[in-house]
Write a protein that binds this ligand. Sequence first.
Ligand SMILES: [Cu+2]
Length: 144
Amino acid sequence: MISRNLLFAVTTALVIAAPLAYAAEPAGVKVTLTDQTGKDMRIGLSTNKVKAGAVEFEVINASTDLMHEFLITPWKGTITSLPYDARENAVDEPKLPHLEGVEDMPAGAKATIRLVLTPGEYVVFCNQAGHYKMGMEARFTVTK
Ligand SMILES: [Cu+2]
């Protein structure tokens, strides 16, 4: 899906999403996108809670054959309640309040993105067609 505020992944390239406004080391989160022949798709996070400020997400698409992506949006509701476009079989991205991340990562691709996050509840997800409904979503919390 093509969305605002998103970057395209380039295999093994380092992608910096936003200029860093803080001198402190950013919090680090390792993100692993996995699937097994189209089943058991998930987003693995090394931690699902960080302090507000700069956060560096080290994303790897560990799939051997499928494209995945890593998107993050502020969301107070349940992780399965994002606005959904049934025709596209994907989360309705323009209806989200804010969206960042890295999309269309080929199998094996890695990307590092650095975001500045404010306190609150977030949902991370993959929005390749069908993947959100197949379990590629997780809660992410940013504390004060
Ligand atoms: Cu996916």
